[in-house]
Design a protein. Sequence first.
Length: 393
Amino acid sequence: MLSAVIILAIIALLALHFWWRAKFHRELTRWQTETAQRAAQAGIATAEAHARQDAILNGMVEGVLVLDESQRVQFANRAFARIFGTTGSLQDKTVMEAVRLHEVAEIVARANRDGQVMGQELQLTGATERSLQINAAAITGPERRPLGTVVVCHDQTELKRLEGTREDFVANVSHELRTPLSLIKGYAETLLDGAKDNPEVATKFLQTIDRNARRLDLLIQDLLIISSLESGRVSLSLGEVDLSALTERMLADFKSRADARHVKLVSAVPAITAHADEARLEQVLGNLLENSVKYGRESGTVTVGGRATADGTLELFVQDDGPGIPAEALERVFERFYRVDKARSRDQGGTGLGLSIVKHIIQGHGGRVWVTSEPGKGAKFFFTLPAGRRESS
């Protein structure tokens, strides 16, 4: 009887052992499965976090370079590659191997030594010159253990260009305003000092004052026009414009000025219609005709012509037979205040803004403007316009 009890106890213990073993195996398998799932989820989350981080950094306009504690590249975004013209992977390269610029390596070294470098200016020379502002900071962990360096590069090339343009504009406007203002002030003071008592001298001085006041008014009007055009505040009132009729009207307006220099005005514009702003086109033709009559050959000819082109646009030109424009000036004549002959232009009262206004108006119509010239053979200014419905059909 006792042996039977012992045998049953052993059997029960063995059954309990195998039951606990099976349970332990099931729990271990479940734990291993859950651990693997958590690890996979953590890996996916990490990968997603890295992907989001890369997307954010690659979407930045600033160039970003991340170095590890051994000062080797761990990450460089697309903007960094574009700014420094690098190709291929920069992973694990040194700064010098990556960008081959001692200046950048020195900035990184200073950041590691001083903790950070802020607002460092750097000029990149080569095929394309760039102006950069570089900020760098050392990355440290607990107990200031170095973990790496981050470098952020901001491309200021366009900002510097605009700043230079602004400075040139202010300088040119100041100069253009100063000349007539000085004359007005000088003649007014002379009149007040007693010249007003001499009718002949007073009349002459007042005429000079009036002429320079009108010059100031013209300059201010042109400045307001070009400011509006460049800022996009001017909306075009588009409609069908008969270019032949418009040209005839403009030539009639300029007849007295042309007669004063014995210049013959000729219209060679066929019956073509543009889809354009008629008032703005009057400005375009007015500025081009004024230049051609003023700077063309005395007793010469100014011709306005045009044609419909094969690509569905209209091409017009204003041509004179004057001294022409030097080759080096052809690309610059549409810049604000640029003058081929500075002394002659100022003597004749030009503001230096007419051709720039022409360019902006034509570009506002989706067209383009250019000039051809040979010294001694005159200049020919071209511009294109969208054709009207009658021309397009």
